[in-house]
Design a protein around this ligand. Structure first.
Ligand code: SF4
Length: 55
């Protein structure tokens, strides 16, 4: 569902990386708690709602 606009990487580059294939990838699957706010911001900003957080 990712459309490759890079919003998630802009908001939280510690966790998301946009690659040459035009898709965003998770580069840190166990981010520290201090990144929670920016991850949740990326989730809410993603236009296709394809970011999900597993506790
Ligand atoms: S914000 Fe969503 S649609 Fe945009 S690059 Fe990230 S995962 Fe893909």
């Amino acid at each position: 569902m990712c459309i490759g606009d890079g919003i998630c990487e802009t908001i939280c580059p510690e966790v998301f990386e946009l690659r040459d294939d035009g898709l965003a990838y998770v580069i840190n699957e166990s981010p520290s708690e201090d990144l929670r706010a920016s991850i949740e911001e990326a989730m809410e900003a993603c236009p296709t709602e394809c970011i999900h957080l597993e506790e």
